[in-house]
Write a protein that binds this ligand. Structure first.
Ligand SMILES: Nc1nc2c(ncn2[C@@H]2O[C@H](COP(=O)(O)OP(=O)(O)OP(=O)(O)O)[C@@H](O)[C@H]2O)c(=O)[nH]1
Ligand SMILES: C=C(OP(=O)(O)O)C(=O)O
Length: 212
């Protein structure tokens, strides 16, 4: 099955505020862009992925991610993460109504295409399914079959909300790269230990972070 992914991305200057102790205001936007570039590049090279739409109002990120092959959708609602995802879903479904759709966070710099393919293949068995993040509190991927709505409920402690909404939690081993979102300096160290993509590796080296 070939999926359309919807990837939300906040304006870089405001994104990942919880990383401010690890990366100051001068370097954090570049680091967040590197996460998104490595996430989108890995997604686009996944055999289970047909196309990727990034919902963002950030001009630089739009140009860079568009150059990788993503469709850029303006964050027209401007009303937060879940509104951005619902809007992205509506846009891609207008274009491709018979494809399954999955929301994927933009902060997965260690993402491996083969692991993403395993997650999407497992999700294809259910009308709606999700993958919990490495902290086991949040969500990194929420998937909906053709004809089912995503009904995104991302944000703090979203795992419980997605489960309560009827989405099936995917119980998969060895998909750490799809679970490892980066909110904090500790998360970034964990992602570096898994092995990040080239743009995040370069950006982290500029922060003088060891472990690559
Ligand atoms: N388009 C869009 N994306 C968003 C919005 N809010 C969050 N995101 C994205 O949603 C994903 C998950 O969000 P978080 O992990 O909370 O990231 P964040 O809001 O940048 O992080 P903090 O500032 O530390 O809370 C990331 O890819 C964000 O860039 C929004 O209002 N619009
Ligand atoms: C966006 C989420 O949370 P966090 O900001 O903790 O990554 C989530 O897990 O739904």
């Amino acid at each position: 099955m070939q999926w359309t992914l919807v990837v939300p991305l906040k304006p870089l200057a405001h994104a990942k505020s919880r990383l401010s102790d690890t990366a100051g205001d001068a370097v954090r936007p570049g680091l967040v862009l590197a996460f998104a570039q490595d996430t989108v590049a890995a997604a686009l090279s996944c055999p289970a992925v047909r196309d990727v739409a990034v919902v963002t109002d950030d001009g630089l990120a739009g140009r860079e991610l568009g150059a990788l092959g993503a469709r850029i959708v303006p964050d027209a609602p401007g009303a937060g993460l879940n509104a951005a995802l619902a809007h992205g879903e509506a846009v891609v479904r207008t274009l491709r109504s018979r494809r399954p759709v999955a929301a994927l966070n933009a902060d997965l710099p260690a993402l491996r295409p083969a692991e993403l393919a395993r997650v999407l293949d497992a999700a294809a068995e259910f009308p709606r399914a999700f993958l919990a993040d490495a902290a086991a509190m949040g969500t990194t991927l929420l998937a909906a079959a053709p004809g089912a709505e995503l009904l995104p409920a991302f944000g703090t402690a979203s795992r419980t909300r997605h489960r309560a909404s009827g989405a099936v939690e995917l119980a998969l081993d060895a998909v750490d790269s799809v679970r490892q979102d980066v909110d904090t300096g500790e998360d970034l160290r964990a992602a570096l230990a898994l092995g990040v993509g080239p743009r995040t590796a370069a950006a982290a080296a500029r922060l003088l972070m060891p472990g690559q």
